[in-house]
Design a protein. Structure first.
Length: 162
């Protein structure tokens, strides 16, 4: 399996990966286009093009020539990066694909002298939080937003760059 940075030509593929990889989460938490229209399960090519236009970078992992997952990386400041839209097609889960994408972002951030990688996950998704903790992320605050039908749990990965 190889990981490569996406190009604008990959927007449709990334939208499919993000959407298909998040449909089970939407179902598990009762999310739909009415109560959570911005959930990744409803991702479109236009969303990805907008992300790329504002400087977010996507990385795609493939099994041979078949794209099976992706992750986004955003750098809002010199010392902070966001890991976004980690997505692995259901048929490829439990094989270390997601962890490999996270490690790729960690190394990418480390090479850019980032001090902290931040993520936000569904606050009630305790299984996902446990998975991120096992990769070295620590718990941060949990917030409620009026437009979301769930809380958001922030987690962070501290990088040592020396």
């Amino acid at each position: 399996m190889n990981i490569r940075e996406s190009t604008p030509d990959d927007s449709e593929t990334i939208a499919m990966l993000v959407s298909e990889s998040n449909k089970d989460v939407a179902a598990a938490f009762g999310l739909d286009a009415d109560n959570c229209p911005k959930h990744p399960s409803f991702c479109t090519e236009a969303w990805i093009k907008a992300d790329l236009a504002r400087g977010e970078r996507y990385f795609i992992i493939a099994d041979g020539a078949k794209p099976i997952g992706c992750v986004a990386y955003e750098k809002p400041s010199a010392e902070l990066a966001y890991l976004n839209r980690l997505s692995v097609l259901p048929a490829y889960r439990q094989r270390g694909v997601g962890a490999r994408l996270v490690r790729h972002i960690v190394e990418h951030a480390r090479s850019a002298s980032i001090k902290t990688i931040s993520i936000g996950v569904i606050g009630e998704h305790t299984e996902l939080q446990r998975w991120y903790r096992n990769l070295g992320f620590t718990d941060g605050e949990t917030k409620r937003f009026p437009h979301l039908p769930f809380s958001v749990k922030y987690m962070a990965y501290a990088l040592s760059n020396g």
